[in-house]
Design a protein around this ligand. Structure first.
Ligand code: TMP
Length: 216
């Protein structure tokens, strides 16, 4: 099972990926919890290039290719081997983030992004994608508060203007609409426990989880 968590800044998707991983482990499911950009030693090095430094550090095309360089390494070394051995992979961001951020956010041709996907990943898609939707101002406020006190500030994207973040939010909603079988949109301002139960319920209804009652 390959599940991705997507959304704008400060939407709580990383927390939900972590809580779901813990619940699944309690039910003896082998889980690999990972993230993008990053998730393998090589991709983590590329992540550092992408998320630190000034907003205009990379051209849009360099940014796309770095995202896909990281994704290729992550796919080859972390995701694919885990899926091949039957583990569940929970991935905090994946290719929908490139469509939302670099496609809808920065105007990169969506067909070009699709071609990159085909060459790097092939025909595999996430089984399910949870898209976390939140007011842009609120999300940025949460993300900025989280970074306070960090030694390495991963704030390159958070520092981009509000219109960019609004295009990303709208982009994710568009992706959800275009892929109704794979994607489900969650209201990220609900309580984390409520969101976790919604996720479990969705996975049960889809037949991905076969235990009879939801865990407490
Ligand atoms: P994170 O803060 O969720 O770990 O993600 C790091 C940043 O990278 C986040 O601001 C979104 C951005 N990003 C893209 O712009 N394109 C992508 O394809 C991915 C995976 C992330």
């Amino acid at each position: 099972m390959f599940i991705t968590f997507e959304g704008g800044e400060g939407t709580g998707k990383s927390t939900q990926a972590l809580i779901l991983a813990e619940t699944l482990k309690k039910h003896n499911i082998n889980v690999v919890l990972t993230r993008e950009p990053g998730g393998s030693p090589g991709a983590e090095i590329i992540r550092n290039l992408l998320v630190t430094g000034s907003v205009d550090r990379w051209s849009t095309m360099s940014e796309v290719l770095l995202m896909y360089a990281a994704r290729a390494d992550h796919w080859q070394n972390t995701i694919k081997p885990a899926l091949d051995q039957g583990d569940w992979v929970l991935c905090d961001r994946f290719a929908d983030s490139t469509v939302a951020y670099q496609g809808y956010g920065r105007g990169v041709d969506l067909e070009f992004l699709q071609v990159l996907y085909q060459h790097v990943i092939g025909n595999t898609e996430p089984n399910f994608t949870f898209i976390f939707d939140l007011d842009v101002q609120e999300g940025l406020k949460r993300a900025t508060a989280r970074m306070e006190g960090d030694i390495v500030v991963e704030g390159r994207f958070e520092a981009m203007d509000i219109e960019f973040h609004q295009r990303i939010k709208d982009g994710f909603l568009k992706i959800a609409k275009e892929h109704p079988t794979r994607c489900v949109t969650l209201q990220a301002d609900d309580h984390p426990r409520v969101i976790h139960r919604q996720i479990l319920k969705f996975l049960q209804e889809k037949g991905a989880l076969d235990w009879n009652s939801l865990p407490a």
